[in-house]
Write a protein that binds this ligand. Sequence first.
Ligand code: F0G
Length: 340
Amino acid sequence: MRRPLLERFRQRLSLPAGLSIVSLGEGATPLVRADRLARACGLEEGSVHLKCEGANPTGSFKDRGMTLAISKALSCGAKGVLCASTGNTAASAAAYAARAGLPCAVFLPEGHVALGKLAQALMHGARVIQVAGSFDDALALALRTAKERGWTVVNSSNPDRLEGQKTAAFEIAEELGRAPDHQFMPVGNAGNITAYWRGYRELGGVLPRMMGFQAAGAAPLVLGRVVAKPKTVATAIRIGNPVSREGALRARDESGGAIGKVADAQILSAYRFLAREEGVFCEPSSAAGVAGLISLCRARKQPRGVVVCILTGHGLKDPQTPLTFKFKPQRVKAAGAVRL
Ligand code: F0G
């Protein structure tokens, strides 16, 4: 049986003594070389790697923090747990709450959650609340409801979430023998970039430049202001008012990195490239970091040294976006001739 993530990194986490761990075997996700991507970027073969977080039990990086948040909620005798989500936090909360035997409610921006994530929340028995508004509206309603009902919030405003998520930095450094020189990743509510930076700083030694990318239509950190009506095909990062804004800006500034934006067309192009050229199917939002890397390299601003791109969620989360591409299957009779 795979050891729970929290046990593997017990020394580096602040866990209450005797915590009973709710685990689904999260973490230990593959770090794979991406030589075709490196070549397309004009970088040396062997220098670019993909951290495939879609290999977590519910298909996204959220499980790393959820194992801790739900274990703590259970040990504190929580009545129930709730979160607002663009989908992945909801899927993860619903699964870990089911395992813990806790009631769970998820607040989703209506019409902007990928189908697979909705299916997960339903299957795990969460109470699904569709909010007529954005993620930011759903979060405000979730926080108010939690206060009124005394349920525990498992959004990344809950410090246990980021504490668990920092373990991904430990895994990368362990596998490479040191931290990378540059890390490219998507940024939405900005918790993940905050958590990685904390993880790398706690390890010490080489520190990567943190390169975060937002979708152009949902880029509050690039614009320096709240975006009232965020718009992007990358629904997971369709967020106009990130909770962990300060953490993301600190990660950017302390690491000498950058937070940039990429257009939806660039995100979709990187998403297809990864699937067709590298055999790695991630969800559209996950490709934002790779889109950022490609766009810098096209502008002849190649990053030096070892590069890691974080692919935050699995492609199967969103079965609808691929069907928007031109796709013409051959129709044949069962005994017919096939063109290849
Ligand atoms: N990639 C994916 C697949 C996500 O689901 C998210 C966030 C991000 C990137 C951005 O991470 O918010 O820490 O900057 N999803 C959240 C959710 C908002 O509700 O599932 P972040």
